[in-house]
Design a binder for this molecule. Structure first.
Ligand code: KG4
Ligand code: ZN
Length: 346
């Protein structure tokens, strides 16, 4: 088919999203992308509450779909298929999306395609920057942290990742420990600008270990201890100590990501890709110093660097729609038996 229009639905964490993507003459275009976050619903609990998330998705997802169709200027009859995140994620939320998608598919006869949320993230640089296989990808957010060599639409090689927390989680926890607002990433980054990254020494867990695995939970614990020591010494958290702690924490994350990316690039370049390319995606990719460090590294290695626009590399449904296009074009579909999967490794 020369032209394919697909609806995407995403609800695996705390964003309810719907989007319409159209592929025409080989080029894919996002016609609309609607994201309704739930941050304020979970704010009082210090984390995403699965029950609350599932209920909120069930309440707003159909409005997201309506808005996405309206913004795309099309009706449901103009669609060729429906793609929905079938996992991995919080099962209640994933189920909300899958049930809605099944209902739409049953009512319209449109093919239903279950998409792996991580594949959605991993394929986004093809949508935004036209990267060619194989490329190296660092997915780094509040929920994810892994290196993937993306070799095909359904071929991902995981080189390593966090063995405990994701860096975004560590940024958020750091913000809480320092009395900064949520989401913690931007707040810690801003605070770090005024600080001395070298005054308070924080560990770089697993840095000396071979391979691309990372660890961030020890860093959090070390930060807690360092903060308590600073507070005990000064009778409270001074402005300067807060900035130094933020700067020290961020410098540790930058160094871990830089060193592990260096190793991931070595492994990737062994594949001798014709057009070597690296993409960083996820909320943490918004961090200036992290982005600069990775960009510099890529320049040294002659690898093209790309960082998709934030709206498409944090959770959204355009990436789900885009990831579903290949199977739709191939005439494949999952049907109403599609299962929601809390775990689904790539
Ligand atoms: O991709 P995302 O929106 O959601 C998922 O985790 O799936 O990522 C959100 C995470 C939060 O933990 C947030 O603190 C972090 O990305 N983040 C940042 C920055 N902006 C957002 N971390 C570091 N520096 C930033 N500027
Ligand atoms: Zn995600």
């Amino acid at each position: 088919m020369a032209r394919l229009t697909i609806l995407g639905i995403e609800s695996s964490c705390d964003d309810s999203a719907a989007a319409v993507v159209r592929r025409e003459d080989g080029a894919a275009r996002v016609l609309s992308s609607v994201v309704r976050g739930q941050a304020e619903l979970h704010a009082a609990f210090g984390g995403v509450v699965p029950e609350i998330a599932a209920r909120a998705h069930a309440e707003v997802l159909d409005h997201c779909v309506e808005a996405a169709l309206e913004q795309a200027g099309i009706g449901i009859a103009d669609l060729d298929g429906i793609a929905v995140t079938a996992g991995p994620g919080l099962i209640g939320g994933v189920l909300s999306g899958v049930m809605l998608a099944k209902g739409l598919s049953a009512a319209t006869g449109l093919p239903l395609i279950g998409v792996n949320h991580l594949a959605g993230h991993a394929l986004t640089p093809r949508l935004t920057d036209g990267l060619e296989f194989p490329y190296l990808m660092l997915l780094v957010s509040g929920g994810h942290c892994q290196f993937l060599v993306v070799e095909g639409e359904d071929a991902f090689r995981r080189l390593g990742g966090t063995i405990d927390d994701a860096p975004g989680e560590a940024f958020d926890k750091t913000a809480r420990l320092l009395g900064l607002p949520q989401p913690g990433g931007p707040a810690v980054e801003a605070e770090a600008r005024a600080g001395d990254p070298a005054r308070i020494a924080l560990p770089r867990p697993l840095l000396d270990r071979p391979g691309c695995d990372m660890s961030f939970s020890g860093l959090k614990t070390a930060l807690l201890r360092a903060r308590d020591a600073e507070m005990a010494a000064a009778g409270g958290l001074t402005r300067a100590a807060r900035a130094d702690l933020a700067a020290g924490f961020q410098a540790a994350v930058v160094e871990i990501l830089r060193e592990k990316t260096r190793r991931a690039l070595d492994l990737y370049l062994e594949l001798a890709p014709a057009r070597p390319a690296f993409a960083v995606a996820g909320g943490v990719a918004a961090n200036g110093p992290i982005r600069e460090a990775l960009q510099e590294l890529c320049a040294e290695r002659g690898v093209a660097f790309s960082a998709p626009p934030l709206a498409l590399c944090t959770d959204n449904a355009a990436m789900i729609a885009f990831a579903g296009l290949g199977r739709l074009a191939a005439g494949e579909a999952d049907g109403l038996g599609l299962a929601a999967r809390p775990r689904w490794p790539l």
